[in-house]
Structure formats: structure tokens, C-alpha cells
Design a protein around this ligand. Structure first.
Ligand SMILES: [Zn+2]
Length: 252
């Protein structure tokens, strides 16, 4: 399900679901994923005011694993506080040791009776936010393409993927190395151009994530990393301190 789509096959003219009107219901739009030929139609979800683009025609489905065919990417921007979103801070918190995190939770989570929205902060929230806007759009004053490496933003990463980035990855060849306590992934999904090493800080987190990814090795894996060059062509490495840095996009 997509928050936005394109009016044309060249994907130049964007239309947001909030702009699509009644008379657009029979119009086919194009999937935001440049590698997907799905034709999308505007649909209202039962019991929800929000409309989404869905591939409702059997002849033109999403390609397998297309994130825009997954309801896990739903992002209701009215539920979040964009004005206080600081991408680097949010990624930093995903890395933070548990003690720091507790402190931040104390100050960040609204108390009983408070209905204040908070900025996106879990990896799933930040990821779904990234998927609900085009890569040249901004959220919290930062362009989406600066936050995520995926099939849409690949053209912005000609020299590789450095710094705080979320990657939309897949399992390519060898998945893990127990001796090095590492997991290996490739991104973006279609070209698999870059190799990524997830370098775990502790055994417990490593085993949990390894099991989770192994059991879902045909799925899309989302990782928030602080990437640096591995010293090998097109290869990058990041520390993984916490489970919260990794998520599997399961079919929903
Ligand atoms: Zn698609």
C-alpha cells in the first residue's frame, strides 16, 4: 500500500493519496518502486479515513517483495510530530546502550493523560515514513533520499553508503559468520550493488537477529547503521549494538 504514486510510467508526476479524488478511482497509477510494474488504484480502507494506492488488478500486481505492496509501510503522518524530528538523533538513539535509552524513554514517552505526538523513532516508524514520501521530499528538513538507501534512492549513492543510513536490504549469498559475529546483506534490493556487514557487539543480539533474518531470508531486511567503508570495493560495515537497529518486513 502506497501513500503516493505516479501518474506516468516515467514517474515524473507524483500524486499523493490525499490528493486523489473520487473520480480518480478508475485511473491506474504507477508504483513508487521504479522496479515494479504494478498498476495502482486509489482505495479507502474500511474504517479508516485514509486512502491508499493498492494494486487491485490481478494482471498488474506488485513484484515480489515490493515494499509498496506491504501494509507494514503504512505511515499516518498526522500521528507524528515532524517538527521535532532529528534524523541523526533518532538513529543515534537506536544505537544507544540500554541505560541511555531508558532515560530518553522517560523524557520522550508522554505520561498518562498526555496525547502529544512524538517524532518517528523506531526503525519501523522511520522506515515507513521514508517510504511514504518520494526521495526528493523532505521530512524534518532532511531529504528522504539522505535517510534511506533503496531502489528509489540508489542514484544518489554513486560512491557508496556512508554515515547514518537506513538500508533496505536482502540476503544475497552467505548470510552469517559465527566466528566474526557478523551478518552479511546486500542493498538496494534490485541491484544488490553494495555489500553490508552487520558487526555485532554482543552474542545475544547477534543470535536473535541471525535467527530472525535466517527465518525470513526471502524477505526485506531493514537496518539502521552508521556505515563506513570496509576497505573493500562497494562494501560497508556498521556496528549493531541493539535489536532495535534491525527489522524484517513481513507480509501483512
Ligand atoms: Zn510495487
Amino acid at each position: 500500500m502506497a501513500n503516493y504514486a505516479y501518474k506516468d510510467n516515467q514517474r515524473k508526476e507524483i500524486i499523493y493519496s490525499t490528493q486523489a479524488i473520487e473520480e480518480d478511482r478508475s485511473t491506474a497509477f504507477y508504483c513508487p518502486n521504479p522496479k515494479c510494474n504494478a498498476q495502482l488504484y486509489i482505495c479507502a480502507i474500511d474504517g479508516s479515513k485514509t486512502a491508499y494506492f493498492r494494486a487491485t488488478k490481478r494482471k498488474y500486481p506488485h513484484v515480489s517483495n515490493c515494499p509498496f505492496g506491504n501494509s507494514a509501510i503504512e505511515f499516518d503522518k498526522t500521528q507524528f510530530d515532524e517538527s521535532n524530528f532529528d534524523y541523526d538523533k533518532a538513529i543515534g538513539l537506536l544505537f544507544a546502550p540500554t541505560s541511555t535509552d531508558k532515560t530518553s524513554k522517560k523524557s520522550g514517552v508522554p505520561g498518562i493523560g498526555e496525547l502529544q505526538n512524538h517524532p518517528p523513532r523506531t526503525i519501523r516508524q522511520i522506515y515507513s515514513m521514508c517510504k511514504s514520501f518520494p526521495v526528493n521530499a523532505k521530512y524534518g528538513n532532511k531529504e528522504i533520499g539522505e535517510m534511506i538507501l533503496d531502489d528509489r534512492s540508489e542514484y544518489r549513492y554513486p560512491r557508496g553508503c556512508f554515515g547514518n543510513k537506513i538500508i533496505e536490504a536482502v540476503v544475497k549469498d552467505r548470510l552469517y559468520d559465527n566466528d566474526k559475529r557478523c551478518i552479511y546483506l546486500s542493498a538496494p534490493m534490485d541491484s544488490k550493488k553494495y555489500s553490508f556487514v552487520l558487526d555485532f557487539s554482543d552474542d545475544e543480539t547477534y543470535k536473535i537477529i541471525r535467527g530472525e533474518i535466517y527465518n525470513n531470508r526471502d524477505k526485506v531486511i531493514i537496518v539502521a547503521g552508521q556505515w563506513e567503508s570496509l576497505g573493500k570495493y562497494n562494501s560497508f560495515i556498521s556496528k549493531i549494538n541493539r535489536r532495535e537497529q534491525v527489522a524484517v518486513l513481513k507480509k501483512r
